[in-house]
Design a protein around this ligand. Structure first.
Ligand code: PEP
Length: 251
């Protein structure tokens, strides 16, 4: 089965509005493969402008980088799923390792976010990945497996079909060090197997699993050519339109 190919950018807390509009305009006006979905993970304040800018652009969508795990209420400074929905945002990155680490996000909170998003027909890009010491101890597959099962395996098969997973080894994020194509493939196959055990092969074969961690124009092709790697979640290299375009053309 051929799965959707995805190049998702994650700008994190970078750029100002005009720069964000510029990158998006360049991507919108450049030729991109029609079988690759490009998603831009933008900061909250830019979302409405970018959604409007890409409304009639094919294969180019906007993601929020987070959402709150409660529906609404006294959570000063937070942004709800309903708010994002009201802007026309379709994708939301959930459980990025920076959020897990700096904002103490737990599997339970991530499960709540996923539930709220799916209830609004929005697509979670669910992040998982191990720190270096877990990899060195050889426990990376069970660590990532429990992140996936704890936050996602309460979902019905119909809901599970909607999920995008991003495997991002923490030791490779923003470090310039990339997992080898073999390491990425091994983990992606292990995640897919886990989903197969829980939901069966029809669903496990449908779910896009992206790799994230220092993807750049020079290594994207090799990583994306692995059979269970369906694209990338790209931080640093998505901040320059030319680099990101090269990555989008690497499939
Ligand atoms: C990320 O932010 O998810 C990421 C993978 O960053 P980078 O590509 O810069 O390593």
């Amino acid at each position: 089965m051929s799965r959707l190919k995805i190049a998702a950018g994650n700008w994190k807390m970078n750029k100002e509005l005009e720069e964000a509009l510029d990158i998006t305009r360049t991507l919108a006006n450049s030729s991109r493969p029609t079988d690759v979905l490009t998603i831009l993970g933008a900061p909250y304040p830019f979302l409405k402008s970018l959604v409007d800018q890409t409304l009639y652009v094919d294969h180019l969508d906007i993601a929020a980088q987070n959402c709150h795990h409660k529906v609404s209420g006294a959570y000063t400074g937070e942004v709800s799923v309903d708010m994002l929905d009201s802007l026309g945002v379709q994708y939301v990155i959930v459980g990025h390792s920076e959020r897990r680490e700096y904002f103490s996000e737990t599997d339970d909170m991530l499960a709540e976010k996923v539930n709220l998003l799916l209830a609004k027909q929005m697509i979670p890009i669910f992040c998982c990945g191990e720190p270096l010491e877990i990899r060195k101890a050889g426990n990376h597959e069970s660590h990532v497996g429990s992140q996936v099962s704890n936050a996602l395996f309460h979902l019905s098969p119909e809901q599970m079909k909607e999920i995008i997973i991003a495997y991002e080894p923490i030791w490779a994020i923003g470090t310039g060090e990339t997992a080898s194509p073999e390491q990425a493939q091994e983990m992606h196959a292990s995640i897919r197997d886990l989903i197969k055990d829980q939901y069966g092969s029809e669903i496990s074969e449908m779910i896009p699993i992206l790799y994230g961690g220092s993807v750049k124009p020079s290594n994207a092709k090799e990583i994306f050519s692995q059979p269970d790697v369906d694209g990338g979640l790209v931080g640093g290299a998505s901040l320059k339109a030319d680099d990101f375009l090269e990555i989008i053309h690497s499939f």
